[in-house]
Design a protein around this ligand. Structure first.
Ligand code: PRP
Length: 173
């Protein structure tokens, strides 16, 4: 275990098992469809790549990087798109792949944006849901783990850009 990690919240094995379970649900819901999976950079990259490898559904991949600006605890906050999709989502089924939902602001704005661009459907799969911190009404269709309000790192999640490469989710010391 890394020296600055106080405790492993979710082990590699727990994550692997949960990703497999959620993949089976997604496959069964998207039978006959060819959705676009959007990896929301950077935190989702590990989850995205593990999840995609377990899906049978033919997925297109695309990537987005976004940042929340202003006071995100007010609806006046805005979502800035740092890196945009290359795919036109008009008429397409879109699956947003997130590492964590906190206030829900990012996802609320992202879903609005993809809706405005004419996506036929927009669903969300998240690895982690810190549901106690929710300020905006976002409910993911697929969630691997609901977690307590602790600062977590690893498996894509960072603290000041560090610890993303840890293979498990840990709580910082
Ligand atoms: C995290 C996460 C979500 C967002 C959730 O991204 O990946 O996109 O924050 O927070 P919210 O529900 O309060 O909006 P972050 O801004 O840390 O960027 P990163 O993925 O590049 O680390």
């Amino acid at each position: 275990m890394h020296e600055t990690v106080e405790k492993i919240l979710l082990s590699e094995e727990q994550i692997e098992e949960a990703v497999e379970k959620i993949a089976r649900r997604i496959d069964s819901d998207y039978t006959g469809k060819e959705p676009i999976a959007i990896c929301v950079l950077k935190g989702s990259v590990m989850f995205f790549s593990d999840l995609m490898r377990r899906l049978q559904t033919p997925m297109q991949f695309d990537f987005m990087a976004v940042s929340s600006y202003g006071n995100s605890s007010e609806s006046s906050g805005t979502l800035k798109v740092m890196t945009d999709l290359r795919t036109d989502v008009k008429g397409r089924d879109v699956l947003i792949v997130e590492d964590i939902i906190d206030s829900g602001f990012t996802l609320m704005k992202l879903k609005e944006l993809l809706g405005k661009r004419g996506a036929a459907s927009v669903k969300v799969v998240t690895l982690l849901d810190k549901w106690e911190r929710r300020e905006y009404p976002v409910i993911p269709e697929y969630c691997c783990f609901q977690i307590p309000d602790e600062f977590v790192v690893g498996y894509g999640l960072d603290y000041a850009e560090k610890f993303r490469q840890l293979p498990y989710i840990g709580i910082l010391r």
